[in-house]
Design a protein around this ligand. Structure first.
Ligand SMILES: [Zn+2]
Length: 498
């Protein structure tokens, strides 16, 4: 008999940004979830703040999968059309970087997409199911622009096409996600500049005519140009998940105007609101202040891994940084600091040590001093309460405490409880939180490495005994080249890693 999926017995609540309430989650199609998360604009190395957003949604993706849902997770790559400011002015970010670095725009895109994947892999993020690009969906973006014009919610001006926010707001509600209303927005914006083609400052571009120096351009019915940034997410989410889908996520900073515009585009094109649950991950500060290049208050993921930053006293394993981030709820602001990371690191190793102790724990007839069933329920309750990872981690540490007490022979665990605790710990620590036991991995690698080097040392010894000095020197020199130094002494040959 097939086991019923976990989600059937769990009541998951999600904080929906559009209602401002935690709501019971019900997917459109039972057992299936469509989730879209706004991906990076690939014109520079990925920011630590963005990593936090993607780690938050990785936790969510992992938990939904753990519950037995079939999840289609779409996360886009913005490789065109994201202008420097929200007023549809300035250059395309990718084009600008290409001009500065004298590279093809697609070289910029490739370089920073690789960086993005590399960093997220280090953090042990699962890849999304589909990772579509804006430039791969230009035709669809032109088609939806035509539809929005035909439906009367967009207009052409001098080769560009703009979304008519005022017109849209007559029948729909522009501002419902960010809690703004159009009258206030109009009252608080400055007049349009004389050269603007927009009817109103709130209107946003669906298609922009390219200036002669603009490199990234495509033909369209209106001009040689490029799509507006908000449009790609509407096109790619609905193409792969349907006109209405379950979850749309992104960083808090994307709520307005980006996500507000996505709702408007979706409703204007399909007559349906596109998303049931809007989720926004909060930002990251560094030493209590906003991260910013201009003030120097900045830390990159690479600097965490190599420790080469004046903000840190040492390097930290990516999984420790991930653990640190998951110790805060995704909707709270998280402050990054050396001290906080060091504290997390201690906790992380305490957790890993307990998991390792579990493998050799002695079991008895009954359990004393721990209510296993209640503990498991509380772990799920934490995650079912809008993915509350800090509460979950606190629960995991209750088990750590119990495991250590059993280890010291001060408490007893029954065989069946032992199995349940071990299974639950592994599921939450590795599958849901996505942590990696670096203790285990690194000691395993060093054991194997030592074995291989010992083998070479013995081969070198044999070569020398046979007066084959060419081979013995070759072994020594080539090991030296890869950073392994052999030292001959009275006790034999030893090695050190440079
Ligand atoms: Zn987006």
């Amino acid at each position: 008999m097939a086991v019923a999926p976990l989600y059937k017995t769990q009541e998951l609540k999600i904080y929906n940004s559009i209602s401002g309430n935690k709501e019971i989650f019900t997917p459109i199609t039972e057992g299936n979830i469509g989730m879209y998360v706004c991906g990076p604009t690939v014109y520079s190395n990925v920011h630590l703040g963005n990593c936090r957003t993607f780690i938050s949604f990785d936790l969510i993706y992992r938990y939904l999968k753990h519950l037995g849902y079939k999840v289609r997770y779409v996360r886009n790559i913005t490789d065109a059309g994201h202008l420097e400011n929200d007023a549809d002015e300035g250059e395309d970010k990718v084009s600008k970087k290409a001009r500065i670095e004298q590279l093809e725009p697609m070289e910029i895109v490739q370089r920073y997409t690789l960086d993005f994947h590399n960093i997220l892999t280090k953090f042990n993020n699962l890849p999304p199911s589909i990772e579509p690009t804006a430039t791969g969906h230009i035709i669809e973006q032109i088609e939806i622009t035509k539809t929005i014009i035909d439906n009367g919610f967009a207009y052409e001006a001098n080769g560009s096409v703009y979304f008519d926010v005022k017109k849209f707001n007559e029948t729909n509600n522009y501002g419902k996600l960010s809690g703004r209303n159009l009258e206030d927005m109009i009252a608080n914006t400055r007049e349009l500049t004389a050269q603007s083609d927009k009817k109103n400052p709130q209107d946003f571009a669906l298609w922009k005519k390219a200036e002669p120096e603009h490199i990234m351009r495509w033909p369209s019915p209106w001009s040689d140009g490029f799509p507006g940034w908000h449009l790609e997410c509407t096109v790619m989410s609905t193409k792969y998940l349907g006109e209405q889908f379950d979850i749309h996520g992104g960083g808090m900073d994307l709520k307005f105007p980006h996500h507000e515009c996505e709702i408007a585009q979706g409703e204007a094109a399909c007559g349906k609101t596109p998303v049931n649950y809007w989720m926004h991950a909060n930002m990251l500060t560094l030493d209590g202040k906003k991260m910013s290049k201009s003030t120097g208050n900045i830390l990159s993921p690479a600097e965490i891994f190599n420790g080469e930053s004046d903000k840190l006293n040492k390097d930290f394993a990516p999984t420790v940084a991930r653990f640190f981030m998951l110790q805060a709820h995704y909707r709270s602001i998280l402050d990054f600091s050396n001290d906080a990371l060091e504290a997390s690191e201690k906790g992380f190793y305490r957790l890993m040590d307990a998991i390792q102790s579990l493998d050799t724990l002695k079991t008895g007839k009954t359990t004393e001093g721990f209510d296993t069933e209640k503990w498991i329920r509380e772990c799920y309750d934490a995650m079912n309460d809008d993915f509350n990872s800090p509460i979950l981690i606190a629960k995991l540490f209750e088990a750590v405490k119990f495991i250590n007490t059993v280890k010291e022979n001060k408490a007893i665990v029954s065989t069946s409880d032992y199995r349940l605790i071990r299974e639950t710990m592994h599921a939450f620590v590795f599958d849901v939180l996505g942590l990696v036991n670096v203790n285990e991995a690194s000691s395993d690698i060093s054991d194997k490495l030592s074995g291989a080097v010992e083998l070479l040392i013995n081969l070198r010894k044999e070569a020398r005994a046979n007066k084959d000095f060419a081979t013995s020197d070759k072994i020594r020199d080539e090991l030296q080249e890869i950073g392994i130094q052999l030292k001959d002494g009275r006790e034999g040959t030893s090695f050190t890693l440079n």
